[in-house]
Write a protein that binds this ligand. Sequence first.
Ligand code: URA
Ligand code: SF4
Length: 207
Amino acid sequence: MITDPSQVAPAQDSWAGLTTTVRTCTACPELVASRTSVVAGVLPAGASAVDVLLVGEAPGAQEDLAGVPFVGRSGQLLDSLLAEAGLQRERVGIANVLKCRPPANRKPRRAEVSRCRPWLEQQLGLAAPRVVVALGVTAAEWFFGSGARIAALRQTVHDWSDRSLVVTYHPSAAIRFGPRGAPLAALREDLRMVARLAAAAPGTIGG
Ligand code: URA
Ligand code: SF4
């Protein structure tokens, strides 16, 4: 068991450098054995920082094959909701709590989340987003600890290391509950709030 985070995730000085290095991570043996790729996360082409960083749970089957986050069904819904809110996918960065797909899309284990934690911590520093969006319970727990509940945390702009943090449902919950379900309406509403926060001048957001 590795306990020193610098052994799992040596400090990187750029997002690109981190992307290269995380591909060599072998800290979770079960995930290493079944993964096709390590899905580091993406910034818009040419960008070294972003206004908004979305944080999901872990790659699914499509993402594992493509090596890119949110390209499957959840990603397609996310793309259309981002566009609807006026937040083009090209303008936001995307990362996940885990960089490797759990077999059969099971929930990330606590030990996996804590091993992978220093990678996302570094990404949050490197991408320097003004607004961070936690998509779903796994991401919400990453920020708030176990037992975090979306319904209780959404619709508030939280402060996290001097960044604005918004919590909302995962697109897969919106898909699961259907087009008339509450999670889709909430996700749509929350991404509009994110767009407003991202458009506000630096220093005027928060609260
Ligand atoms: N779900 C996630 O949480 N992340 C992805 O990248 C894809 C689906
Ligand atoms: Fe490393 Fe994270 Fe993949 Fe585990 S999930 S092997 S910590 S990159």
